[in-house]
Ligand binder design. Structure first.
Ligand code: MG
Length: 308
């Protein structure tokens, strides 16, 4: 299994526990201070100061906290970073795929070489290192400068309908990225474009297969790299735009239901889902959540238990 191990201080361990508090697992293994599960990554923090990140997103998750100790079992090496990240290029990223409540969003942005330093000055960087308030602020700045971009929202009713039709979440992501990229391609002079960088969530072959199933072709000059937002300012900008849109949508939905909806897919989310079923009915839940997540079943279990 691919994993990253980091060594950290006690203070940092407490910070981490606080950070993952909505995703903590109930029974951490012995010797562990806590264990948590977020999308595509399990985290186990030991009293010794070692923290283990396992799963597809191990690298991303660990990079929030500092340097990894090279592990023997380290997964595939990061691919060579394409030259286009220093030239005119498009980047795309999505948000909301691991959150029970709220839509899935995606964004693509075109950054010309001459604008790279401007965006850096605006504070565009890896959105995973930023708080939601900062993300909203920086997103506003990106939208004010002359950067062609596209932001798409896949609302929950549509998401759930596609899911029932047999679409995987992976396919939905592919199509969102694709349309966001196409929208940006339509706005720019493509002869000056050096490449398109996608924050990799699937192999290129999978991406291509999903596109083919919708009779679409892979755009030219596509590059898939993991942790792309730390190499490409266009991906970083796209990650900020998509995350900001997701946060705004969550605020809107929270107002609709009358309380602050929790992000992620934790136990608290199960409780909120049960509350919504009881007070507003299952259709309301369907209209604001990704119903195929396990949280739905857990919410019904909570309701049954209460009725016993
Ligand atoms: Mg991503």
């Amino acid at each position: 299994m691919s994993q990253t191990v980091i060594k950290t201080s006690e203070t940092e361990l407490h910070k981490m526990k606080e950070y993952y508090k909505s995703s903590l697992k109930p029974n951490p293994p012995s010797g562990a201070i806590f264990a948590a599960k977020v999308e595509d990554c399990s985290i186990t923090a030991y009293r010794s100061g070692k923290v283990l990140f396992q799963g597809k997103a191990h690298n991303d998750e660990a990079s929030k906290w500092g340097k990894g100790i090279p592990s023997k079992e380290k997964g595939k090496q990061t691919k060579a970073i394409p030259n286009s990240v220093t030239k005119n290029h498009i980047g795309s990223d999505e948000a909301g795929s691991g959150d029970f409540f709220g839509p899935m969003t995606a964004a693509a942005a075109y950054v010309e070489e001459k604008n790279i330093s401007l965006l850096k000055e605006l504070g565009v960087k890896d959105s995973k290192l930023m708080k939601d308030e900062t993300i909203l602020e920086v997103a506003k700045h990106i939208q004010q400068v002359d950067i062609p971009y596209s932001i798409l929202v896949l609302r929950n009713n549509k998401y759930n309908a596609l899911q029932r039709k047999g679409w995987t979440q992976g396919k939905m992501k592919v199509m969102l990225h694709y349309h966001a990229i196409q929208n940006v391609l339509d706005k720019i002079n493509q002869s000056e474009l050096h490449g398109i960088v996608v924050d990799q969530f699937a192999e290129a072959s999978v991406f291509k297969r999903h596109l083919a199933s919708e009779k679409r072709n892979m755009p030219e000059k596509m590059h898939f790299i993991t942790k792309a937002e730390s190499y490409s300012i266009a991906v970083a900008a796209a990650s900020i735009l998509s995350r900001a849109k997701f946060v705004q949508e969550m605020d809107r939905l929270s107002k609709e239901v009358g309380f602050s909806l929790q992000k992620g897919a934790s136990k608290l989310v199960d409780e909120q889902a049960a509350k919504i079923i009881l007070s507003k009915g299952r259709d309301t839940l369907t209209s604001i959540s990704k119903v195929h997540f396990a949280n739905t079943t857990k919410a019904w279990d909570l309701i049954k238990k209460r009725n016993q």
